[in-house]
Ligand binder design. Structure first.
Ligand SMILES: NC(=O)c1ccc[n+]([C@@H]2O[C@H](COP(=O)([O-])OP(=O)(O)OC[C@H]3O[C@@H](n4cnc5c(N)ncnc54)[C@H](OP(=O)(O)O)[C@@H]3O)[C@@H](O)[C@H]2O)c1
Length: 161
């Protein structure tokens, strides 16, 4: 995997993109307003970063991080994300996302809702338990005893890997 895609390049997506380029990956970044609004972040991340429409991110990246408010779920490029593993960082905040009865009554989790909208993608939940600033600052080498725990949840073992 060489190119990591981002649909949503805000506090969490942008932080993960920074970590990814530091680790030597290429990233392609998408948002809602258009690639031109990501020029500053792309310039900061350097040669390994570029911006594209969300649709092109889904087409061009082998693995795609979806890091958006839940209100954006219906606008995701479902067809272009078919066959992709999607890393879902989202959390449900009713005050931001509006009330979603299926989530309020525990009939669905936010990732199950996303999986329903992306039926031909494989959704894996990750990075949603860490404040974005901690994501940026608390990384430790793999053998360190004081590493932060990062739960990864999904039903597909290879995708979780
Ligand atoms: N902030 C945290 O510390 C934190 C921690 C864990 C989990 N989370 C969760 O992670 C998700 C992202 O949070 P965040 O804090 O990174 O949010 P954020 O800073 O507000 O960034 C949201 C990103 O989503 C993009 N977006 C919105 N609607 C879109 C659409 N229809 N298509 C494509 N992109 C769209 C926005 O693009 P525009 O700017 O162009 O609109 C922006 O790049 C949320 O579900 C949040 O609850 C956040």
């Amino acid at each position: 995997m060489h190119t990591l895609g981002f649909i949503g390049s805000g506090l969490v997506g942008g932080t993960l993109a920074r970590l990814a380029t530091t680790a030597g990956l290429d990233v392609v970044l998408g948002n809602s307003r258009g690639p031109e609004f990501l020029a500053g972040l792309v310039a900061e991340l350097g040669d390994h970063a570029r911006a594209a429409t969300a649709e092109d991110v889904a087409r061009e990246a082998e693995l795609v991080v979806v890091s958006v408010p839940l209100t954006a779920f219906p606008h995701l490029p479902t067809a272009a994300l078919a066959g992709r593993t999607v890393i879902d960082t989202t959390n449900y905040y009713p005050e931001r996302d509006g009330r979603l009865p299926e989530l309020d009554f525990d009939e669905l989790t936010s990732s199950e809702l996303l999986q329903r909208i992306l039926p031909r993608s494989t959704v894996v939940k990750a990075f949603n338990n860490l404040f974005h600033h901690h994501l940026a600052t608390l990384a430790r080498p793999s053998a360190s005893l004081d590493r932060s725990a990062l739960p990864i949840a999904g039903e597909d073992e290879p995708a979780k890997g």
